[in-house]
Design a protein around this ligand. Structure first.
Ligand code: FES
Length: 158
């Protein structure tokens, strides 16, 4: 549990000391999830802060899901999918790219650093890459500190 202290202006400010980021990775079933699975079976170490949510395609990750994750306590969210031209649903990863790009421009308007959202292409045989990207992203989020807009501070998402 992250100790929360009242900051100036009525905003919650979390104590960064001892901060343990919560990172959500949406992983497409056909490529990235296989990469994560391979990372596990190959015993590549990656951050235990990561929680993986398997989706059929990165194009399935609606922006509202990303905002809900950030609202409900995630400090960072990564969307991962098949490399360009490898999507099993033809253009799902292209849709994901457009959505993440849009959200990165939107997030500052609700007080969230866009670096808290990332998009990566990881294929099934790239277990080592999955482990490296998951760990690097977690450390970047650790440096950013806690998500300042969890809970009541975040606009309602439906
Ligand atoms: S099936 Fe992997 S990104 Fe579409």
């Amino acid at each position: 549990m992250i100790p929360i202290a009242e900051g100036s202006g009525g905003k919650k400010a979390a104590t960064v000391e001892g901060f343990d980021p919560r990172v959500i990775i949406f992983a497409c079933n056909w490529c990235s999830y296989s990469g994560a699975d391979l990372a596990g079976t190959s015993r590549y170490q990656y951050s235990p802060n990561v929680r993986i949510i398997r989706v059929m395609c990165s194009g399935r990750v609606d922006p509202s899901l990303i905002l809900k994750a950030l609202r409900n306590g995630a400090d960072g969210v990564m969307v991962t999918g098949c490399h360009p031209a490898d999507c099993h649903y033809i253009s799902g990863n292209q849709k994901a790219e457009v959505r993440v790009s849009f959200l990165k421009r939107f997030l500052p308007h609700v007080g969230i650093d866009p670096r808290r959202l990332s998009l990566e292409w990881i294929s099934g045989p790239e277990g080592e890459l999955f482990a490296r990207i998951a760990t690097t992203f977690t450390e970047e989020i650790r440096e950013l500190g806690p998500n300042p807009l969890t809970g009541d501070d975040m606009p309602e998402v439906r």
